[in-house]
Design a protein around this ligand. Structure first.
Ligand code: HEC
Ligand SMILES: [Cu+2]
Length: 493
């Protein structure tokens, strides 16, 4: 009986889907699909009033909302600039930019606007470029009409027909290379009457970069075509560089405010799993379109796509923006910060209420698995060479994720251990940071950090080794730390 029911359901399903697809096919064939005119305004019929010059902004700023203004002739004047800028500390890259920034200038329009777009290719540039705006209905999204050589300019017009948040990018061959060098940005088409009002709006766009040298290799880095083809990114960043949204560059809000992020992904290759640590998106315009999803933790932003996310900030603190493909965040740069100031709200978030020692049955301080070093002769002190070896193992497993290869840190998030004045000044204090953890503001090499280093669960031997390894690497002062030094600091706490 059950079997029979199942089969009947299957048959019904089959027939229904057959009918559905037939209907779909026929409607395409007959080409007679009248618009549901009661729902959709024909934007091509919207008349424009007057003209105005578009405000263009570099990230993370966005132009003023369109509000209640009527559709108009909107003049966009954009200059392409090829320029060398910093990718991260000590690393530079020749970016190709729309308007001088990566991502390019944010363009804000409304449905029915007639956009007159002038693209100028600066005479100092080396290459021809063009622009494909996903908001354009027309061949190549404008690319075919906008191809422009250095020292030239070109103008074309289009009508903004569909509201939404759209990516634009260069589409000159080799397309992937132009995009990989930073040639992308966002254009917003607001619905009539504008988007609902919020307190803060920001522009955040992810991109992946491919350099001849590995991540962190110093100096001017050339684009690497092979890595780009293999999708093996050295940097995955927000707004064109590591640290564009951290520390002093963090975006800000106050407790109780609503925040809207216009999130884009230029790619060229990677899809972003956009997430804000400690926040839930109250509303997401999925893929930058009309559909609204609510109460979202992480939203996908396709390469060449976008999302609009909105949330209210209820408690103060630092909220970290990441691509939740998490190695990209902590090892390749896709990390930003939203700093929220204002009064605590204990009914939403209590903060730490109590700290205690947790001793599971039989629990002891964890030790590294036997690496042939740790337990060989627990009473005999390790030699410098043995400490260096164990120290490197501990560093790579435990510290590297934050402090990065070669101890260079991440600007405004994780302080450097290489040539660190904080480290070299006071050995006991540095040991204390590792065994007790550290929060609150510290200054390392003239840069302020205000973040949390979690307490590390390591044996005295491991701490002595990792500290010795750090002190004897990366131009530090070559201190050798003993297990008894660590025990003394641990006990004095
Ligand atoms: C989860 C990230 C994280 C991990 C893992 C981590 N640290 Fe830190 N570390 C930090 C942060 C953040 C600070 C700065 C704290 C502050 O702002 O008060 C810091 C500060 C330090 C400092 C003092 C500042 C300086 O640059 O000299 C030392 C030394 C240090 N860490 C060593 C280590 C060692 C050794 C390990 C591994 C055993 C380690 N850290 C693991 C995040 C981390
Ligand atoms: Cu280009």
């Amino acid at each position: 009986m059950t079997r029979l029911n199942l089969n009947t359901t299957d048959i019904i399903k089959g027939v229904l889907s057959f009918l559905f697809f037939t209907a779909l096919f026929l409607s395409c064939e007959s080409n007679a699909t009248p618009e549901n005119s009661s729902q959709k305004i024909d934007a091509s019929e919207i008349a424009v009033q007057g003209e105005m010059t578009a405000e263009l902004t570099a990230p993370p700023k966005v132009p003023k909302p369109i509000g209640s203004r009527a559709a108009t002739k909107l003049i966009v004047d954009m200059e392409i600039l090829e320029k060398e800028e910093e990718m991260t500390d000590g690393v530079t890259y020749v970016y190709w930019t729309f308007g001088g920034s990566v991502p390019g200038s944010f363009i804000r329009t409304r449905i029915g606007d007639e956009v007159e777009f002038t693209l100028k290719n600066h005479p100092d540039n080396k290459l021809p470029h063009n622009i494909d705006l996903h908001a354009v209905t027309g061949p190549g999204g404008g690319a075919t009409s906008s191809f422009v050589a250095p020292g030239h300019q070109t103008t074309f017009s289009f009508k903004a027909l569909n509201p939404g948040l759209y990516v634009y990018h260069c589409a000159t061959a080799p397309v992937g290379m132009h995009i990989a060098n930073g040639m992308y940005g966002l254009i917003l088409v607001e619905p009539a009457g504008g988007l609902p009002e919020v307190d803060r709006e920001y522009y955040v766009m992810q991109g992946d970069f491919y350099t001849k040298g590995e991540n962190g290799e110093q100096g001017l880095q050339a684009f690497d075509m092979k890595k780009a083809v293999d999708e093996d990114a050295d940097y995955v960043v927000f707004n064109g560089k590591v640290g564009s949204l951290t520390g002093d560059n963090a975006i800000t809000a106050e407790v109780g405010e609503t925040v809207r992020l216009f999130v884009g992904n230029g790619g060229p290759n990677l899809v972003s799993s956009f997430h804000v640590i400690g926040e839930i998106f109250d509303k997401v315009n999925v893929e930058g379109g009309d559909m609204i999803n609510k109460d979202v933790q992480t939203t996908l932003v396709p390469a060449g796509g976008s999302a609009i996310v909105e949330f209210k900030v209820d408690v103060p603190g630092t909220f970290i923006l990441v691509d939740h493909s998490i190695f990209r965040a902590f090892n390749k740069g896709a990390l930003g910060m939203l700093t929220v100031s204002g009064p605590e709200n204990a009914s939403v978030y209590s903060g730490k209420q109590q700290e205690g020692i947790y001793q599971p049955e039989g629990g002891t301080i964890q030790e590294m698995p036997d690496e042939g070093l740790v337990n060989k002769s627990p009473t005999k002190a390790l030699t410098l060479t043995e400490k260096m070896k164990l120290g490197k193992t501990v560093y790579d497993k435990t510290c590297l994720a934050c402090h990065q290869p070669t101890g260079r840190g991440i600007t405004a998030a994780f302080p450097p251990l290489a040539k660190s004045d904080y480290l070299n000044e006071d050995v006991d204090r540095a040991i204390g940071v590792v065994v007790n953890g550290k929060s609150g503001e510290i200054t390392v090499n003239g840069e302020k950090y205000n973040n949390i280093m979690p307490k590390q669960v390591l044996s005295d031997r491991e701490v002595a080794s990792v500290m010795t390894y750090i002190y004897n690497s990366w131009e530090n002062n070559k201190t050798e730390v003993s297990e008894s030094d660590v025990a003394r600091v641990r006990n004095s706490h």
